[in-house]
Write a protein that binds this ligand. Structure first.
Ligand code: UD1
Ligand code: CA
Length: 453
């Protein structure tokens, strides 16, 4: 099977410099959703018809399995498919998709292709309460005979037809090629209509069949930001339903956003307003508190993430306690039982089992051993303005509050650093290392007072 994706339309109503098919839905360009469906069907070849300004589309989404056909000027959907014809195999079935209809699903398309069966023309159609603007499916004694575009309707009976063309269709490529050479542009819009092939198929004695989508959302197009927002909600609602069906507890399914892939174990609970990006894996019994952002994160079983945590590019072990207000950045690995508390930032660091940084700390480019306690206000000074250096903190170290570790530096196993230490040389194991002025009190000292005038 060969797929043609029509994506040459300009999308003026988006009022954006970004081409319409690059506008994001669930964090991915509209066209990327359509490409994913085409790929899931095992298409032999995918041809994207792009138009004016489409170079950015091509630059952003090009892949080895895609061919690109430019359509300039844009003379209609039939003319658009014509541009793809050189890339279609004569013995293949052709499937036509729209780049701005992002939620089209593989199950629906598989049924459409099966209905076309290699020798028929299959149309994806829906019944709408308000069919205004769409091409109407005209039938005679139940059989499809023609499609009439809204602007070409001449009779009220046609206007009242509620079955409409979604634009998505499947047909033998060789037939499509023959029909398209016969399509003219003698209509109100002066365009070459793809929909004119239906009448030609009927004239050739080729059976025209129709298939309905699993969900109407699959056929909705995006022409405006309002429609984009509506489809975003439809997508998120479907994602939430899938998660609920899989046994995930969502405190409010309407307040969840998944912009990537979210894989959950058993008894996962997600509180309100959480955002998941990239691939996120939550192990059994994981709880994610309200207002968290997780991007490209793996979370081990039993770990609890308290509200307002921002976790990125991080692997977490089991039974960790994260947040509230924790921030982890890419390259971070936390082993089992690690605690990362409020206002703690961890970047590109490995923290071994049972270690804790419970309040107000920056740990960057650091290897932390097991059972280490990092006191409040501790900072690894990993950057000298030009270079970054690593800090090594071995097992069972205790770091007092308000300590600066000026990297590169190493704290030996079992060492204790006194509060307020600025560590510029390695600290030996098992000893107390402290760097601060000795405390003294000055007897008889008087606080300066303002002169009385
Ligand atoms: C088309 C159908 C109509 C159907 C409707 C569903 C035709 C003649 N009409 O109408 O029956 O009900 O879609 O939404 O096919 N495109 C190009 N090049 C062009 C013109 C369009 O690539 O020259 C692409 C657009 O980017 C878009 C798709 O084709 O993705 C549909 O184009 P659009 O102008 O929205 O078609 P409609 O007139 O709405
Ligand atoms: Ca349209």
């Amino acid at each position: 099977m060969d797929v043609v994706i029509l994506a040459a339309g300009q999308g003026k109503r988006m009022r954006s410099v970004l081409p319409k098919v690059l506008q994001p839905l669930a964090g991915r360009p509209l066209l990327a959703h359509v490409l994913a469906s085409a790929r899931a069907l095992g298409a032999r070849r995918i041809c994207v018809v792009y138009g004016h300004g489409g170079e950015t589309v091509r630059a952003q989404l090009d892949a080895p399995d895609l061919v690109w056909a430019e359509q300039t000027p844009q003379l209609g959907t039939g003319h658009a498919v014509q541009q793809a014809l050189p890339h279609l195999g004569d013995d293949e079935q052709a499937l036509v998709l729209y780049g701005d209809v992002p939620l089209i699903g593989t199950a629906t398309l598989a049924r459409l292709i099966a209905a076309a069966g290699g020798d028929k023309l299959a149309l994806l159609t829906v019944e709408l309460d308000d069919p205004y603007g769409y091409g109407r499916i005209l039938r005679d004694a139940g059989r499809v005979v023609r499609i009439v575009e809204e602007k070409d309707i001449t009779e009220d009976a046609e206007r009242r037809v509620r079955e409409v063309n979604t634009g998505i269709l499947a047909a033998p490529a060789a037939r499509l090629r023959a029909w398209l050479t016969r399509v003219g542009n003698d209509n109100t819009q002066g365009e070459y209509y793809l929909t004119d092939i239906i009448g030609l198929a009927v004239a050739d004695g080729v059976e025209v069949v129709t298939v309905a989508p699993d969900s109407i959302n699959e056929t909705l197009g995006v022409n405006s930001k309002a429609q984009l927002a509506a489809l975003e909600r439809a997508y998120q609602a479907a994602t939430a339903t899938r998660l609920l069906d899989a046994g995930v507890t969502l405190i409010d399914p309407a307040r969840l956003d998944v912009r990537g892939e979210l894989a959950c174990g058993r008894d996962v609970e997600i509180d309100v307003n959480c955002l998941f990006e990239g691939r996120v894996e939550l192990g059994d019994g994981v709880r994610v508190g309200a207002n968290c952002v997780l991007r490209a994160v793996t979370v081990g079983a039993g770990t609890k993430i308290a509200p307002f945590s921002h976790l990125d590019g991080t692997t977490m072990g089991e039974d960790c306690a994260i947040g509230p207000f924790a921030r982890t950045r890419p390259g971070t690995t936390l082993a089992d039982g690690v605690h990362v508390g409020n206002f703690v930032e961890i970047k590109n660091s490995k923290i071994a089992a049972q270690s804790k940084a419970n309040h107000l700390a920056y740990v960057g480019d650091t290897d932390v051993g097991s059972r280490v306690n990092i006191g409040a206000g501790t900072i690894t000074c990993n950057y000298d303005g030009a270079n970054k250096f690593r800090t090594i903190i071995e097992d069972d170290v205790f770091i007092g509050s308000d300590t600066q570790l000026v990297a590169p530096v190493k704290v030996g196993r079992g060492a204790t650093l006194g509060a307020g230490t600025t560590l510029t040389h390695d600290a030996p194991p098992d000893q107390l290392t402290v760097s601060r002025a000795r405390q003294r009190s000055i007897p008889g000292w008087e606080r300066p007072a303002k002169k009385k005038s």
